[in-house]
Design a protein around this ligand. Structure first.
Ligand code: ZN
Length: 109
């Protein structure tokens, strides 16, 4: 069973994690440890972007990881993850990708 994680603090935390990664050139992907620039471009040619990824899939209690130049230690985190790594890992998910929530969702909680 899949917990509904698009609720609670998730949206605000995810936004903070993405913003922190975007403003930190040396931020690394928690999944593979590379910076965004070190990730290969997608097949479509689109550059990868930062997303906020769960180190424990779908855990609603994940804490935001904002020390983004390092990979998080063991635990449940919401941490920067390159879109390519996130999409590859999330391909098994049935719900549509929601990396760019609408503004009303950012403030709905
Ligand atoms: Zn990666």
């Amino acid at each position: 069973m899949k917990p509904a994680h698009h609720q609670g603090r998730f949206d605000g935390d995810a936004r903070r994690v993405r913003q922190t990664a975007n403003s930190t050139p040396l931020a690394v992907c928690w999944r593979c440890g590379r910076t965004l620039r070190e990730h290969p471009a997608a097949k479509s040619g689109k550059p990868q972007v930062w997303t906020a990824g769960h180190t424990v899939d779908g855990d609603p209690n994940a804490r935001p990881w904002l020390n983004v130049t390092r990979q998080p230690p063991a635990g449940s985190w919401l941490a920067p993850e390159a879109s390519g790594c996130n999409f590859a890992a999330g391909a098994r998910r049935t719900n549509a990708w929601r990396g760019n929530p609408h503004s009303q969702q950012w403030f709905s909680t």
